[in-house]
Design a protein around this ligand. Sequence first.
Ligand SMILES: [Zn+2]
Length: 764
Amino acid sequence: MIKRILLGTSVLLSTFGVYAQNVKVCGTDQHHEEQKALNPDLKAAEAQAMAVWNAYKHSDEYRIALGKSQKKSAAPKYIIPVVVHVFFGSAGSSDNISEAQIQSEIATLNKSFRNLNSDTVNRRTGDINGVPFDFKQTAGDAEIEFRLARKDPNGNCTNGIVRIQSANFADGNDNLKKTSVWDTKRYFNMWVVNSINKGPGLAVAGYAQFPFYAGGAWSALTDGVMVINREFGNIGTSNPGQTPNVTTTSHEAGHWLGLYHPFQAQDSCESENDGVDDTPPTFFDPTPTEPLRNRCNNPTFNTCSNDKYAITISDTIYTNDTAYTIVKRDSLIAWDRPDMQENFMDYFIGNCASNMFTKQQIARMHKCIELYRRQMISQENLISTGVLDPVSACAPTPAFGITVNNLAAYERQACVGTAINFVDLSYNGTAGTAFEWNFGEGANPQTSTAKNPTGVLYTNAGNKTITLKVTNAAGSTTKVFENALVIAASEALNNSAFNYDYPTVTDGWIFKGDAIRQWEETSNGVYSGYKGIKLRGNSNAMTGTAYSIVSPSFNFEGTTNPYIKFNYAFAPNITTGTTTSSDQMVVQYSVNCGLYWSNLKTVSGAVLQTVPSALSSLVNFVPVNQTQWKEVLVSGATIPKSANVRFRINFFNEGGNNLYIDNLSFGKNVGMDDLNANDISLTVYPNPFTTTTQIGYNLPAAAQTTVEVYDLIGKKVADLFNGKQSEGIQQVTFDRTAFGLTNGMYFVKIKVGESVITQKVLVN
Ligand SMILES: [Zn+2]
């Protein structure tokens, strides 16, 4: 089944006035297909979920549940504790959305799920081809209420909002989720980002994980919904003041509770589509030039105009809130309703909002809650997450960012002597009124009581631990950020070439792993020398995570041809069901101690793997000889000839096998030992000549240079130049009379560094 989402031409749920602009989609189906490809167990989990659902749909219990769900009750049947993780780039960015905007989304969700939205009057009734339909009666109260958590996983007071400054705030994906997640069995995690990365050509507004992911090892850190902040709530960055409300998060929460799109089976009006029968099947015309979905001003838009299908024995057709009919098995009826553009799970075009879940959708969500989200809705969890408590004020949670030259320094790395500004990013409760900073060892100044201290310098290199105490009316919180800042020596290594058998901390390398994996030294499976380094793979928990090593700094000033070269071995993980790995290795450089990084080379897919897929079925891949290694070489103009160049090898794990890195070399400061005539644009003019000629050449860098003339038998007959010359064009005059040379053949020999370039000249 191909999801039309992948076509990149569909439009968003809710409110887009102009079709051609700002086309956004729900990314749930695409994400789901990707995850199924990676995790065969997930396919089985989905099949089992559908089997359970279909059995339930044909039970008396189901009919009773449907009958009950038609009555709106005052108290919700289920309360769901919510945590909202807000990702933003620089301090003060509008991406750091307000608490009021978040509360507006919670209010919207509760209107959607309690059937309390003001636009329910827009639900249609009527008939199509003589068959009556009544979407007002088909809608129901889901009796689900969302509440921001009041206690965090450690039992501390919280407003249910976590704020994270991240370089990846505009690159929302499962990887980003893992950087801030609360126990997904106890909290409904919502991640709010600037944009979501789901492939080129797609503007994804949000995506969710279905409930049957629950329990999968791959899903524990990613269960929830991710939504862009322009679709979250109805004030602030989310289309301020628009009418009607944005319901993207309601749609994604529907997925998270087990609902599919009504066009799920796509291209077929005959199929059951989304597994519930009171949403009319819809057909998505994928023709990119045509609007795919209904517009609100076309109430009879009906993609499946003859959607006849066999209704099985216990299917239920509603005529009103209290009456329903059980249709007998195998009866074939004409069942023609327009597309239910009102449904939260459908897409359509125009300035009108989705406004309903159907009763069968609600029954399905309830069943999924009972099957998969039982712990979350338990009384014990509601107490421990604080959602039954009255709202109380919280002491702030300390957090900070740093900036250098007014730019956010995401990597939290800087050079000795760089002036760093600290920015208070504390959250949870009202803003802090008093601050106590300690910037750690070697800082000047050492402490500050300013909210946003500026101009802090470090006098020595090392990992710095920052302590921040923030106070508001509700109390104080002190937090120690261990190794929160890496200060690197600004002096670079200045030798002509560096070779490392393997990288070590002693030699100034920085290794970045995580709680799942750290880089290890290994003597088993090396390319050459004594040892190499290894990152063990084959863990679902690593998927989507970046691991890196950072080199010491090199001085490439005056370098001809700076380069980074290393060998690596890597195998994809075919045990996950994929034969082509999506793991990725990116080589980068920084000229400011790691404040900012630029890409030099990206290696991925089949190019990245160094052994055939068949070999990677070994859980613990070890390269057995040098043919199972590849070389990465980046050289030339893309590497800056600067005084302070660091390299980073970033490895993005997508479930692959082990990665080995060995035999690294960098260089080189002089680099003149393999030049040829073309490299220095050597010219001798005129040639042949009678008395004098000009020898011209272009030095790629300042170098010790000699220009000599030899005769045919190899005897030196003239010294034309010997000394240090600067980078650029040089010219030496050769006057044969000064050396008493007769007519004949000679050789001009230019020595630059270790290179010797020879040019034949003829005197006549
Ligand atoms: Zn969706």
